[in-house]
Write a protein that binds this ligand. Structure first.
Ligand code: FES
Ligand SMILES: [Fe+2]
Length: 457
């Protein structure tokens, strides 16, 4: 029996996916203030969040503020090159001790009355100390409150929940696949941010299926490419190579670097290679040759570069990975794009995009320039995100139509949206981690063309 036809137990969550069918998503999940408030209280404080990229704090005592919802966390590079996270609220009268980013000498001083905190967050000075009673200056009670922090994949991650399992357990198999891609050696080439007038889940769900590609990104539907070859169609190796290179260039121009211009040039260098007449053999010959050429080019330049044919052989040459609830990495050949989504309100989202690439050892760029936040219709957006952004505000508005009740999902192509929304429900229902982990591990990887899965609740 198909999963959509099974009777399901309802979780005590308003507009829960299970109340009707797992292939229908009630519209209220994307704007109802009470539903949003449940996410604020029950989801975000229990999940691992990517708080900063490590190149934002490359040297000891560099710090950056990570804000989400009404919270602010100080991410501080320690002298032993670890990362410490502290709640950004002075224990005197609550002022945010740091703002933005910078480098400190020996700690932080609150700008209001001058309480001081060391690099470990411990209080080191209280001016006019004698005026406070003992019970307000208990030593353990006047330090900046520590936050759980772990480092993985070139990023520092935080979790407000002391009972959550360790980072790695919560983000598998995303972490294992991206370790094989050596994502920790990627560095920021550029970093942009967008304010989207839509719910954070709606924003993410625009990037987790390929169903929209033909209509939204017509420049990526290139005849003759490996994905569009049909049985019995005459195969022309020259036309195939031409289509492949056109696709790589469309991805490179469209995302300003997801397929890096260097890799497109490497592919151009293979344009005249001979391919077998058999299409299956030709495609695998081309893939192997391009993987090898890209790898050799970057290794010769002195960059840390994974063996792409080895990734193929292991079945993990995946070009789009998502990690619950808000991080994406899209590796292609030497480089990658990466996204992060943060809710700013029930119908407002901050989306960031990084273009990441590899640099010869010792030639990595310095701290990346933090993005100015652009509106989603800003003409500076590269063509592919601009196309995605053009739909989103229209969709958020359309959801409010009186006659529209729920989204109807394609069970085979848009299953990830259901799996993701039902995992959200698991958090909102307050399920224990034993139940949430198997769901997370099902959805934390390649989201495209995923059918609706049984997430276990
Ligand atoms: S609020 Fe920080 S010193 Fe008073
Ligand atoms: Fe898209």
């Amino acid at each position: 029996m198909a999963l959509v036809d099974q009777e399901r137990s309802a979780l005590p969550v308003p507009y829960a996916m299970e109340l009707e069918f797992p292939d229908r998503v009630r519209k209220e999940r994307y704007f109802d203030p009470d539903f949003y408030q449940m996410e604020v209280e029950l989801l975000w404080p229990r999940v691992w969040q990517m708080a900063c990229r490590l190149e934002e704090i490359p040297a000891p005592r560099d710090f950056v503020e990570y804000e989400f919802l009404d919270q602010s966390i100080v991410m501080l590079r320690t002298d032993d090159m670890g990362v410490r996270a502290l709640q950004n609220a002075c224990r005197h009268r609550g002022v945010r001790v740091v703002k933005g980013r910078g480098t400190c000498e020996s700690g932080f001083t609150c700008p209001f009355h001058g309480w001081c905190y060391g690099l470990d967050g411990k209080n080191t000075a209280v001016p006019r100390r004698r005026g406070f009673s003992e019970h307000n200056l208990e030593p353990e009670d006047i330090n900046l409150v520590p936050v759980r922090c772990e480092v993985w994949g070139g990023c520092a991650w935080i979790n407000l929940d002391d009972d959550a399992p360790p980072l790695r357990q919560c983000i598998e198999p995303f972490a294992t696949v991206l370790d094989a891609w050596t994502v920790e050696s990627l560095r920021t080439e550029w970093w942009y941010a967008c304010r989207l007038p839509v719910n954070w889940k709606l924003a993410e769900e625009a990037f987790v299926e390929m169903y929209h590609v033909v209509q939204t990104h017509p420049q990526l539907a290139i005849p003759g490419m490996r994905f569009s070859l049909r049985d019995g169609e005459a195969f022309d190796p020259r036309a195939f190579i031409d289509a492949e290179i056109r696709y790589l260039r469309a991805m490179s121009d469209g995302m300003a670097g997801m397929v890096h211009a260097n890799d497109v040039r490497v592919a151009e260098g293979l344009r005249d290679m001979e391919l077998p007449a058999d299409p299956t053999l030709a495609i695998s010959t081309w893939n192997r040759a391009l993987n090898d050429a890209v790898m050799s080019w970057h290794r010769a330049a002195g960059a840390d570069m994974p063996d792409l044919n080895d990734l193929d052989a292991r079945g993990i040459n995946l070009s789009f990975l998502s990690c619950f609830p808000h991080s994406f990495v899209l590796p292609m050949y030497s480089s990658a794009a990466s996204y992060r989504f943060r809710p700013l309100g029930p119908e407002e989202t901050l989306m960031e995009i990084w273009s990441l690439t590899r640099f010869p050892e010792g030639q990595e760029p310095g701290k990346p320039t933090p993005p100015e936040v652009w509106e989603c219709d800003d003409p500076r957006w590269p063509p592919i995100p601009a196309q995605d952004f053009s739909n989103l505000p229209r969709q958020q508005k359309g959801l409010h139509a009186k006659g529209f009740e729920y989204m109807r999902l394609n069970e085979q192509l848009e299953g990830h949206i259901s799996n993701f929304e039902r995992t959200v429900d698991g958090f909102l229902a307050g399920l224990p981690y034993e139940q949430l982990l198997p769901a997370l591990q099902k959805i934390n990887v390649y989201p495209f063309d995923k059918p609706i899965l049984d997430v276990g609740f």
